[in-house]
Design a protein around this ligand. Structure first.
Ligand SMILES: NC(=O)c1ccc[n+]([C@@H]2O[C@H](COP(=O)([O-])OP(=O)(O)OC[C@H]3O[C@@H](n4cnc5c(N)ncnc54)[C@H](O)[C@@H]3O)[C@@H](O)[C@H]2O)c1
Length: 250
């Protein structure tokens, strides 16, 4: 039995994770903590799952890594400086596994992999991410990660900047620039989590789209993280490496 604690237990994702862990036959839900609760309950767990806020998640990570509790993190908002800090904590307790995944949707992870592959063949690449209006960060962690993967693929294949003759524009009209890729964020009631990656080449376009219609779509990925994190000591960013791991059960 994997003993699991959920941080952010009264949030939208925390509630869904508590239910999924409660139904998994190989997991035991030890605790769910939120603002104002005694966080020390998590110290008794094998794995802590954090879906909180960019402000709160670092405290969870520092505490759990020091205490030997593996971490599965869905909270977004990680930049290189934060990842370096987490990697430093991991170096201090190398047996602990930490998975930080900007998207636990397996379809979304595949979308990112397909996008990285397609990026080698198209002059133009832009990302449009669409989310519910209660989301506090923009662009989404998934969009940032996709842009990083596309940017790395373009660099590897010797592609320069995408063609763009824009010389006059309102602020924000061309979106945010992440690793040389324009990223556009849409927020509208009724949406959950959606992303399109649009590629353009001579006489053709390719659109890769993923839609999460329900938070349940993230739960197979979260459970996969919980089951495999102990076998991946140190910091892992993105679910990709775990998906290709065929050494343990799904
Ligand atoms: N990786 C993924 O696949 C994925 C999917 C959906 C959402 N997210 C991210 O997960 C995070 C949570 O999303 P949500 O929609 O559940 O948000 P939410 O606002 O519904 O829930 C966040 C919860 O965290 C709690 N919280 C805040 N500070 C805390 C602290 N110090 N200790 C304990 N609990 C604390 C809040 O009280 C709240 O209940 C966001 O960063 C979001 O972008 C990631």
């Amino acid at each position: 039995m994997i003993r699991v604690g959920v941080v952010g237990a009264r949030g939208r994702m925390g509630i869904a994770v508590m239910a999924a862990v409660g139904e998994a036959s190989d997991c035991e839900l030890v605790c769910g903590v939120d603002v104002g609760d005694d966080q020390s309950a998590v110290d008794e767990c094998d794995v802590a799952v954090d879906f909180t806020t960019p402000d709160a998640v670092m405290a969870t990570l520092e505490r759990c890594i020091a205490g030997g509790v593996h971490c599965v993190v869905g909270t977004t908002g990680f930049d290189d400086a934060r990842l370096d800090t987490v990697a430093g904590w991991c170096a201090g307790n190398p047996s602990v596994g930490v998975l930080i995944a900007p998207n636990f949707g397996i379809g979304a992870v595949l979308m990112m992999q397909f996008a990285a592959r397609a990026a080698a063949y198209f002059e133009s690449a832009e990302i449009i991410e669409l989310h519910h209006p209660d989301k506090i960060d923009a662009p989404s962690g998934t969009a940032r990660r996709t842009a990083e993967m596309i940017g790395a693929s373009r660099a590897l294949h010797g592609l320069g900047a995408a063609p763009d003759a824009t010389s006059q524009a309102l602020d924000g009209a061309r979106g945010a620039m992440v690793n040389g890729v324009h990223v556009h964020s849409v927020r509208a009631r009724g949406l959950v989590a959606h992303q399109e990656v649009l590629f353009g080449g001579l006489g053709e376009t390719l659109t890769i789209r993923h839609d999460s219609m329900d938070r349940a779509s993230f739960m197979p990925g979260v459970l996969l993280g919980i089951r495999r994190v102990a076998a991946h000591p140190g910091l892992t960013v993105g679910l990709d490496g775990y998906l290709d791991d065929t050494t343990s059960e799904r």
